[in-house]
Design a protein around this ligand. Structure first.
Ligand SMILES: [Zn+2]
Length: 251
């Protein structure tokens, strides 16, 4: 009983499933049977040109756990470091709203992107240069941030009863915001302007509160809660959001 056969195209129509999931089949590229998991989590079965369908099925069944483990690793990585593609239709959050990337033939603004009501227009030439494109997108978020702060931060400083501090927007690595005890300045991460408005307000108010209480003890949270009663739920939402925020990774 052998079903070892040489096949190519017909295997594409042959459906392999493992734990209820469809498995993509690629034939001929490898000399031995192998498994891999795509970035989007799709399991791929690599078969040599000469193969046995039953053996392939058994191989898949015995690797169900391996596939599940790989998929969860992929998902975790994707959440920790989501990457964007510079293609038409790629989504970018701006103050909690999704904007679609639109590549345009623009010869006037070669190094910057234009934010419209629903899109981010990027010159094709710029999209071809990942480093420059990344800089342009960061610059866009910084501009959104500066504009938001013009309106957004005054009331919070007032409610806390503190002087309006100097505020800037830049890359803070793994932190949404920072407060400098030496200069009294507040800095927000450009990536924070992907957040919906109430969460940006939370990040800002959190940092402003450090002008009064430097640590994260009880006094800190009660001061913050006085001016922002929803701060606990905002904090939890922010933790969730932190895993999907785009930090400049492009592929
Ligand atoms: Zn803090």
């Amino acid at each position: 009983m052998t079903s070892a056969i040489v096949c190519s195209a017909e295997c594409d129509t042959l459906t392999f499933r493992v734990q209820g999931q469809h498995v993509q089949v690629r034939i001929g590229a490898r000399r031995r049977m192998a498994l891999s998991v795509e970035h989007d989590g799709t399991p791929v079965l690599h078969l040599p040109a000469v193969h046995d369908h039953e053996e392939a099925r058994r191989f898949l069944d015995s690797h169900g756990d391996w596939i599940a483990r790989k998929q969860s690793d992929r998902a975790r990585l994707a959440l920790l470091k989501p990457a964007k593609q510079l293609l038409d239709g790629e989504g970018f959050l701006v103050l909690g709203r999704n904007r679609m990337l639109q590549l345009v033939d623009d010869t006037r603004h070669r190094s910057s992107v234009t934010l419209t009501g629903t899109t981010i227009e990027m010159p094709r030439e710029l999209a071809a240069d990942q480093a420059k494109a990344r800089d342009a997108l960061k610059a866009m978020y910084r501009a959104v941030g500066r504009e938001w702060l013009l309106e957004g931060f005054r009331p919070w400083a007032g409610r806390l009863g503190i002087e309006e501090p100097p505020i800037s927007v830049r890359d803070l690595g793994g932190r949404w915001g920072s407060f400098s005890r030496t200069t009294g300045a507040v800095t927000l991460h450009w990536a924070a302007f992907q957040l919906p408005d109430p969460l940006v307000a939370y990040v800002l108010t959190h940092e402003l509160t450090h002008a009064l209480v430097s640590h994260h003890g009880k006094a800190f949270w009660s001061t913050l809660r006085d001016v922002l009663p929803e701060c606990d739920s905002h904090r939890r939402e922010l933790d969730l959001f932190a895993r999907q925020a785009w930090l400049g990774e492009i592929h």
